[in-house]
Every structure is written in C-alpha cells, then in structure tokens.
Design a protein around this ligand. Structure first.
Ligand SMILES: C[S@@+](CC[C@H](N)C(=O)[O-])C[C@H]1O[C@@H](n2cnc3c(N)ncnc32)[C@H](O)[C@@H]1O
Length: 304
C-alpha cells in the first residue's frame, strides 16, 4: 500500500483563512454561473505527458488498494468495470482494457472526455505494455466515439441516473476524486448496488480537502470552516459536498455493501489539527468526522 502522506501546512491563520475562503466561495459561485463546470485537475489539458502519467497513476492507485483488499483475487481479467466520474479523457478505460478487463463503462454528468484529442491517445498507447494490441484498442476508442460502443463505453447524463445501465452487469466499480462531487449520494449508491453483480467490488478514492487551488495547500480544511447556511448558499453543481468518511461508510452499509475498508491516503499532522479543529464550523469539530483525513480510499463488496 502507498505510504500515507502527512500534510502539515506551514502557517495557521484561522481568521484570515476563513475570510479568504468565504471570498473564494463567492468568487467560485460567480465563475461557475458564468463559465460552467471546470474539472479541477491541477494541470492543464495541454500537458499531455502529465495527463497520461496521471491516468496510469490513478489505475496504479486502485490496483494497490485492490491488492490490499482482495489479495490474489485483485486481477482485472474478465471484469466488467464501471468508472464513475472519469473526467477529462478515457485513458483509464483503455489502460484497464489493456490489462484484461472485459468491458469498461464510464459514466459522467459532464461530457469532459470529448475534449481529449488524438495526441493524448497516441501518447497513452505508446506507454502501454509492448504486448498490448494497440490496433484493437484504437478500434474500441473509435467505436466509443462513433456512438456504437463495444468494450469501451462512455455515457453522460445530466441527471447522473445510473439506472439506465443493466442491473447486475458490473463486477468492479472504480472512481477517482468524484464521489465528493455527487449531489445525491444515497441515490447513486443505491443505483450502484443494483448494477453490482454478486461479489462485485468497489474501490474509490475520495478527495475530502478544499478543492480551490490557491487555498487548498494553505488551508486544506477551508470548506469546513463555514456554516451550512453560508456554504449551501455558495454551493453549485459539482462543488464539494462536505460528506465525511463515516457518512460514506454508513450509506454503503445501508445499501447492502459489506466488508467496508477505509485506507487513509493523506492526513493532516496532529499538531496542525489541534490548532485548526476548534475553529471549524461546529458540526465538523467532533472526532467522528475524522477531519484529519484529506484523502481516503474506500473498498467494499457485495456479498455473493
Ligand atoms: C475532479 S473531477 C475527477 C475526474 C477524474 N476521475 C480525475 O481523477 O481526473 C470530478 C468528476 O466528477 C464529475 N462530477 C462533477 N459534478 C458531478 C455531479 N454533480 N454528479 C456526478 N458527477 C459529477 C465530473 O464530471 C468529473 O468527472
């Protein structure tokens, strides 16, 4: 398993951070109203090598968790995979197919992947193992783009209604930095449960920190400083939902997922936490919120 990253922002200025964060929430709301949703990747789409590396690292992260969670049974071979919120391209899907997945379906609310061009896919294919049948993957990509998908499918729907997919048709559900954006998690998790085949596994990485770039490094818990009344007024579709790990675990358990395991990926330093925790909005001050967790992976399975 990857080592847990300990984060210790240099300065703590609670009052200033709360004010600045509030101003950023207002600015983000206005920007979203004018420009719509932007995927908050920390680099721009023109950085092709970086985007390719990112996709490999995402798959590597999931496999790492799966290895820890399922041991020998972690292989992708023959698995029908669903990715929720794939973002900017279908690179992850192509990598999973190259590793033996039988089918990959990506489901999103925004059609972000249409912007990924040939240059990106050429660079990705170059990085795949030399044994890969690249021509076969190119055909799958072309079929997906032409609207007649075979093993690679990309579906977007503004209401994020997963019930359009076939029940019991998915063996592995994966997601990276997307759950924290979902509007109606209970509905999404219930729908995931119906799609899962007996023994299906979920692995998702959830980014629990503040997303806006500048303040994220200085004050990672900034979004938790604000009251529900203010945060809800500044919310827009796709802004972080502030759902905490305990709530995710409960929703999964209530929907019938079992053996739920949580792996911390990035946590805040203890001293830093003791200075910041008492200044968060009241509902986020208790230990049960695990506010030290900035990023986690969750694994769970549906019983056979
Ligand atoms: C931070 S991006 C992550 C994308 C990709 N997994 C990655 O790691 O780059 C968040 C993803 O969640 C999706 N998303 C945003 N708001 C959503 C919503 N309200 N419901 C469902 N998905 C949403 C976005 O379209 C995007 O694919």
């Amino acid at each position: 398993m990857r080592p847990v990253k300990i984060v210790n922002p240099a300065k703590v200025s609670n009052g200033f951070n709360k004010l600045t964060g509030g101003a950023i929430l207002v600015a983000n709301k206005i920007r979203h109203a004018i420009m719509g949703y932007r995927t908050p990747r920390p680099f721009d789409a023109g950085q092709i090598a970086r985007a390719v590396d990112y996709d490999f690292s995402v798959v590597g992260g999931w496999l790492d968790c799966l290895g820890q969670y399922c041991g020998d049974a972690a292989g992708l071979s023959g698995r029908r995979v669903l990715e929720l919120g794939p973002g900017a391209d279908l690179g992850v899907g192509l990598i999973l197919l190259s590793m033996g997945a039988a089918k990959y379906t990506a489901f999103d609310v925004h059609n972000l992947a249409e912007s990924a061009g040939e240059e990106f896919y050429d660079a990705l294919f170059e990085k795949l193992s030399p044994q890969t049948d690249i021509e076969a993957l190119r055909r799958e990509l072309a079929l997906a783009h032409n609207g007649s998908p075979n093993t690679l499918r990309y579906q977007c729907s503004s209401d994020f209604d997963l019930s359009v997919l076939d029940e019991g048709s998915i063996d592995l559900i994966v997601s990276q930095a997307a759950f924290e954006h979902f509007d109606d998690l209970e509905r999404t998790i219930d729908q995931m449960t119906k799609l899962a085949s007996p023994g299906a596994v979920l692995v998702c990485e959830i980014d629990l920190a503040t997303h806006t770039r500048w303040i994220r490094d200085r004050d990672p818990l900034n979004i938790y400083r604000h009251s529900d009344a203010f945060y809800d007024r500044m919310k827009f579709r796709g802004s972080p939902n502030r759902v905490r790990p305990e709530e995710y675990r409960k929703m999964l358990a209530d929907a019938g997922w079992s053996d739920i395991q949580q792996y911390p990926l990035a946590v805040l330093d203890e001293n830093y936490m003791s200075r910041v925790s008492p200044t968060l909005a009241k509902k986020f001050r208790s230990k049960t919120n695990e506010m030290e967790c900035l990023s986690i992976a969750l694994c769970a399975r549906i019983n056979t």
